[in-house]
Design a protein around this ligand. Structure first.
Ligand code: SF4
Length: 335
């Protein structure tokens, strides 16, 4: 999926514009029989497309004010992409001011437009941590169907539901992509040997920290931007979330393509595009995490009621440190 360069995408976009202009010209000629009228309208359409393209490029350049070239390589060995201007992309370090400005400019853009902006802006230093929740599946669908060059990984605690492992494979097969496995330092067996059996039942915070938080922090330190599935209607704290914003905790840009969507939007997208999703969502598990810590939710209960049931714990620990570390905890909506 990383083979399709931005330059190739640009050639494709221009080809489509030329084809559309020719089609318009032929249609006008077919309906009126007037060559002069058909050519005039065709030229007008071509001119308007050039003007629009010009302003699009200006906007793109404006959003990239503050890029600071640095040396480096992609943590997964993904080659640098060609930039939309045809030049070889230079890896950049993110600039909080430029990120804030981009957040304002992208406010009315669609999730796909925001994803496209992010891939142009951060190239191979953009990643997406998914837990295969409904939002994550919708984003994987957009990335996969549109062949966007986005690194994707999942935190595999070794304790996920068989249905989640199966969904992981189905998504890879469906879109022809690889979703990297990021695991904790210790296997489940090693953790039991060192810290005693079923640590999740005794010290779930410690278990989450070792199996989720620490690996996530290590991953994000290698990127300049990460995609999350944050939506404004999820919590009060997220009501002010922007399409792109600076992530103070991890020191990189946070890209939130679904920020203006609701749960209804997410599920409409999954159904419209026949996107694979976790069958547990249909069986009373609106939020799916690790198998030992997730139970079915009863009618009238909160979506998160099945997570760490019987304990005071409600989040895997990421939210205590970072607002918006969504999706990484294998949740349908939140981690
Ligand atoms: S959700 Fe449960 S099993 Fe998974 S890492 Fe956290 S405490 Fe451990």
């Amino acid at each position: 999926m990383f083979e399709e360069s931005a330059a190739r995408s640009m050639i494709k976009a221009v080809s489509w514009r030329v084809l559309a202009t020719l089609t318009t010209t032929l249609l006008v000629y077919a309906f009126t029989g007037r060559t002069d009228l058909a050519v005039t309208i065709g030229l007008l359409e071509a001119a308007s497309k050039m003007v629009l393209y010009y302003f699009h490029e200006r906007l793109w350049n404006r959003l990239n004010v503050g890029r600071k070239p640095i040396a480096g390589s992609h943590p997964t060995g993904v080659p640098a992409l060609a930039s939309p201007t045809g030049m070889t992309d230079t890896l950049t370090s993110p600039d909080p001011t430029a990120v804030a400005e981009a957040g304002r400019v992208l406010e009315t853009d669609t999730p796909l437009e925001i994803l496209r902006w992010a891939t142009d802006r951060y190239g191979p230093r953009l990643t997406f941590a998914t837990g295969f929740g409904a939002e994550g599946c919708a984003l994987i669908d957009m990335v996969g169907r549109h062949r966007l060059p986005v690194d994707i990984f999942t935190l595999d605690t070794g304790l996920l539901f068989p249905e989640t492992y199966d969904l992981w494979k189905r998504l890879e097969t469906r879109y022809g992509i690889t979703i990297r496995r990021v695991g904790p330092e210790l296997s489940v067996e090693q953790q039991a040997a060192v810290h005693g059996p079923e640590l999740w039942a005794r010290e779930p915070d410690r278990c989450c920290d070792m199996r989720k938080v620490t690996p996530l922090v290590a991953q994000l330190s290698q990127f300049d931007g990460w995609i999350t599935a944050i939506r404004r209607d999820q919590t009060d704290r997220r009501a002010d979330a922007r399409p792109v914003e600076w992530d103070e905790k991890f020191g990189l840009a946070k890209v939130n393509p679904l920020v203006r969507w609701t749960t209804r939007n997410v599920w409409a997208h999954l159904l419209e595009h026949d996107v694979p999703y976790n069958p547990l969502h249909d069986l009373g598990y609106p939020s799916v995490g690790c198998l030992p810590c997730t139970s079915r939710v009863n009618a009238g209960e909160d979506d998160r009621a099945g997570r760490w049931r019987g304990t005071a714990k409600t989040e895997c620990g990421l939210h205590a440190n970072v607002d918006g570390a969504t999706e990484v905890g294998h949740a349908g909506v939140r981690s």
